[in-house]
Ligand binder design. Sequence first.
Ligand code: GLN
Length: 384
Amino acid sequence: MINLPTSKLPDVKTTIFTQMSLLAQKENAINLSQGFPDFEVNKDLSNLVDHFIRKGFNQYAPMIGVENLRVEILNKYKKTANVDFDPNSEITITAGGTEAIFSTIATFIEKDDEVILFEPAYDCYEPTVKLFGGKVRTVQLNFPDFTIDWDFVKSLVNLKTKMIIINNPNNPTGKVLTIQDISALIEITKNTNILILSDEVYESIVFDSKKHLTFLQFPELKERTIVAGSFGKLFHVTGWKTGFCIAPKEIMAEIRKVHQFNVFSVNTPTQYALAEFLKDENNYLQVSKFYEEKRDYFKNGLETTPFSLLNSEGTYFLSASYESISNLPDLEFCTELTIKNNVATIPYSAFYSDGKDEKVIRFCFAKKKETLDAAIEKLQKINF
Ligand code: GLN
């Protein structure tokens, strides 16, 4: 056996999502941990994939993605957000939102570049920045409403700041940025060369008549923004690993250099199927309402438990404090909850680089009614 050569990420562990899903399986628990829907994909969409496979669309797609799909994404943005971009030079189909994020960071982040990010944060940003020698500067959102202290953000900006990564709507908090947040970001980045990586994979899941504001709607931000998007979230097909990346053409040209050697191109029949499916706006305009009903149903069921619920303005996550139930650290609490009460969730400390423990856990409510009912029943009987 050779001695293990130095790895670039010696401290990184298997993600909490994999960890908790495995525990859920082992304990035969209801899995509200890893974020993925447990209901069937729309039959028309799966029939379309079937159709394109049978028609012989089984070889490499173009490196930048199937043209029809790029055009249909543009049409959707025009309709829902009044946003325009060039479907040839400003969008690339990626292997999920994660590849869009990875390829963007890989393209631009070099040794000692500083990247500002907001915590609690989805777990892939920091390790990717570190992989390329970058340094993370963290802004913790204000607990418990998860607003942003923009003065603090401003105080972190310096000549080394290369990128700001922001996730809107935010996983895990479900927080949606307001116009005031966007104005503050415009002000802070004005007269700088800072890039913004905007993880908007949950843009189609926003509640209570709130509107998701994509950075592409604001010219001052659009010129510096790379948007990561996801069909997994939009059409309940997280396993298809199909997403996209939108950016101004000079930025996109550089990202494509990494994308082509990272994955080269993305699954062909799903791209043709998604392009067809996107033509009917009814297939995507109802998504927020669909998930809002699930959020309300689940929230209602949890009202009579000792959990204290936090606000969820979007995404398919609802978070709750368990402070009145237990003093255990959150990972231990989630582990016990899976083993004793058979419901798996995600501890918030996994979203903080310093492991901050707010005694808060995240539930995924992107589940069929039976799953939510079963979870609610178990959580109502919780005893610690
Ligand atoms: N985005 C999903 C979540 O937050 C998980 C994706 C993954 O397992 N890497 O739960």
